[in-house]
Design a protein around this ligand. Structure first.
Ligand code: SF4
Ligand code: SF4
Length: 445
């Protein structure tokens, strides 16, 4: 779809400026070109042929985090993130795609084994210091202008992926009837392996069986770059895997994956034949936060609050969590809402309720907990300085809570927040919600 096809939606902007207060990029830069009103004015200029496509568009189009906060603050609910994303697709057609995007979207993300190999090679390089050498030689620059600066964001990489040790197959669980499919997102698979292990163990407690799916990337990275063709390749592979899996629900512990998998209908909006399969699949997708919540507190919304209030876990957390939570005191715990959970899926209170019911935990709300952390997938690799300004604001808010533990449910947010914590010299530990809630008794996680 071209930018022109979105003219009516773009023209809904009445230039009121209410989006300014909510936009993390505008708050960091103060530039009109970085806020919804400015970005929409640019798109309108293109449609009305007052502005031509060229490389100067790159910043206004690609500095948007896609966080959706502007839409929440807009009376007309103008979907700026979607409109900008759509324009990125036309930008690539008119101005050209980068070689690094081709490598990632066409040759790595569709193939989990290649991704594992690349991650292992990167781990060897990182853990041996070779990436510092590559940085010094300027080699990392070929992957994007800011990658050399961003090289320190990931502290270390595990030598083995989650699915390198827990092979894609069906495992017997301890539950009585539910057949669960576990969609393993790329971030959990190759970086946040502990979170994957905790999720897997919890799912085995709940389900009669757990099938670790041999899925590939959900498609969100190319989609965020406006690369519809490669998004379709990834989505079709996953739909095939979902159709063949004998499962009742498909759970993922990456809120970004969950949000996007639920939205596959956007990807196939022009393909009615695929839409029916997409509808069936989307209905099975659960973010692990909502899945754990309903598993503990039930699906009956009228009764949920009553159960939440009366419930208290007596056994919870992985070994690392148990070490971080004092046995005879309380750990102060706070929560960061990933954009794809809170605005992408409307998940807000569930994670908090799970945490409030853990033993030896005092939950403390963080100011602006639902603001983007600046991670936004690979944003920090392409717009490092801007991403750090957004992150610094988040860490300032974290400091106000004096939290011992920060919890979230998106691997990309975890990487970014962990980097912010190290950069600011805080002692706060960061855990995925699966690690916090993992049911320990009889399970080694
Ligand atoms: S809040 Fe909505 S209508 Fe107002 S300027 Fe921003 S995008 Fe336009
Ligand atoms: S999606 Fe987020 S970063 Fe982009 S314009 Fe809206 S508020 Fe700003």
């Amino acid at each position: 779809m071209t930018v022109s096809a979105n003219y009516d939606a773009i023209a809904q902007c009445n230039k009121c400026g209410f989006c300014h207060v909510a936009c993390p990029i505008f708050r960091a830069t103060g530039h009109e070109s970085g806020v919804a009103r400015g970005r929409l004015a640019l798109l309108r200029g293109i449609i009305e042929e007052r502005i031509e496509w060229n490389e100067e568009m790159e910043d206004p189009l690609f500095t948007c985090l896609g966080c959706g906060a502007c839409t929440t603050n807009c009376f007309g609910s103008v979907p700026t993130a979607d409109l900008v994303l759509n324009a990125r697709s036309e930008y690539f057609d008119k101005v050209g795609k980068k070689p690094a995007h081709r490598l990632l979207f066409e040759h790595l993300l569709p193939y989990p084994k290649r991704l594992h190999l690349a991650a292992r090679t990167a781990a060897l390089g990182k853990n041996s210091g070779a990436s510092k050498l590559a940085n010094a030689l300027g080699l990392l620059r070929i992957f994007g202008r800011d990658l050399p600066k961003a090289e320190g964001i990931v502290e270390k990489l595990p030598m083995s992926s989650f699915r390198g040790t827990t092979k894609p197959q069906t495992y017997t669980g301890q539950g009585s009837d539910l057949k669960i499919g576990y969609f393993v997102g790329c971030g959990v698979d190759v970086i946040q392996v502990e979170a994957g292990t905790a999720t897997f163990e919890s799912l085995k407690k709940i389900g009669k069986s757990v099938t670790v799916l041999n899925n590939c990337c959900c498609g969100l990275p190319p989609w965020s770059y406006g690369d519809i063709d490669n998004t379709k390749v990834l989505a079709e592979k996953n739909l095939q895997i979902f159709a063949e899996a004998d499962v009742d629900v498909i759970v993922t512990d990456c809120s970004s994956c969950a949000s996007f998998l639920k939205e596959y209908k956007k990807v196939f909006a022009d393909d009615p034949q695929k839409l029916e399969l997409v509808e069936q699949t989307s209905a099975k997708i659960r973010d692990v936060v909502e899945f754990l919540y309903t598993s503990k507190f039930g699906v009956d919304e009228d009764k949920q609050q009553e159960v939440v209030d009366s419930y208290h876990d007596s056994h919870a957390g992985t070994e690392a969590v148990r070490q971080a939570v004092p046995k005879d005191g309380k750990a102060v715990v706070t929560y960061h809402d990933p954009c794809h959970a809170v605005r992408g899926q409307g998940i807000k209170s569930e994670g908090r309720d799970l945490l409030k019911n853990l033993p030896n935990v005092e939950f403390r709300e963080m100011p602006e907990a639902d603001w983007c952390c600046g991670g936004a997938g690979s944003y920090a690799l392409t717009h490092y300085d801007l991403s750090q300004k957004v992150l610094d604001r988040k860490i300032d808010n974290l400091k106000k809570t004096e939290a011992d533990i920060l919890v979230t449910s998106c691997p990309a947010c975890m990487i970014q927040l962990a980097w912010g914590i190290r950069k600011h010299g805080l002692n706060t530990r960061i855990f995925h919600i699966s690690e916090m809630t993992a049911y320990k008794e009889g399970v080694s996680v």
